[in-house]
Write a protein that binds this ligand. Structure first.
Ligand code: PRP
Length: 203
């Protein structure tokens, strides 16, 4: 949980129904930087000997650049921030649209490297509601050999967190909020609405 007040202030902007799309995207971009900053505590770093202008010293650098996986559409709004902090990353794409009646994810794009053995993955999706979409995306990664998944999401419902916890998938979840519940349409309450629509308009 990223409960830093700077993060919570961005989340408040995103929740506000009067926030226009450009402001929503800016807040999501900034909040994504903060989520990734916290997530990086568990990333593999290695010692990196360097010479300062004064003396030799040993610093650190990322041991293995990860694969970033934004879940389209809404996860696209987190991709720039992640690439800026981890410029050596690879990027794959998964496109999922949740059916309004059944709430099941429908896959329409899968663009991932064939073999993910030994490669850490960072999945980007602002919303974890029922958990169906993120479980589907993470399963695609595991099928390709990935065994180290970090999921960054802005907010989550308890139902979705529990589903991922019970899934047995090798993942850790970083979020700025676990909200109260899902409503009868499987929307997060109080939530922020549909993160894809709020960035890009209705589909
Ligand atoms: C939203 C959201 C997640 C998913 C969460 O995407 O961005 O991907 O729903 O719901 P779940 O946990 O119940 O699966 P949506 O399907 O609305 O597509 P969009 O990003 O194109 O708006």
């Amino acid at each position: 949980m990223v409960d830093n007040p700077l993060a919570q202030a961005r989340l408040t902007v995103m929740r506000d129904v009067d926030t226009p799309p450009a402001t929503f995207r800016a807040a999501l971009n900034e909040l994504s930087t903060m989520l990734l900053y916290e997530a990086a505590r568990t990333f593999p770093f290695e010692n990196h000997p360097i010479q300062t202008p004064v003396a030799p010293t040993v610093g650190v650098r990322l041991a293995r650049p990860p694969l970033l996986v934004p879940v389209l559409r809404a996860g696209l709004g987190m991709a720039d921030a992640a690439l800026a902090l981890l410029p050596g990353s690879l990027m794959g794409f998964v496109g999922l649209a949740r059916d309004e009646q059944t709430h099941q994810p429908r896959a329409y794009l899968e663009s991932l490297p064939e073999d993910l053995t030994g490669l850490p993955a960072i999945v980007l999706d602002p919303m974890l509601a029922t958990g169906g979409s993120l479980a589907h995306c993470c399963r695609l990664l595991v099928e390709r050999g990935c065994s180290d998944i970090t999921v960054l999401c802005v907010l989550a419902a308890p139902e979705g967190v529990e589903r991922l916890a019970r899934s047995g998938l090798p993942l850790r979840l970083i979020t700025a909020s676990i909200d109260e519940r899902l409503n009868e349409h499987a929307f997060i309450v109080p939530g922020l609405g549909d993160a894809g629509d709020r960035q890009f308009g209705p589909r």
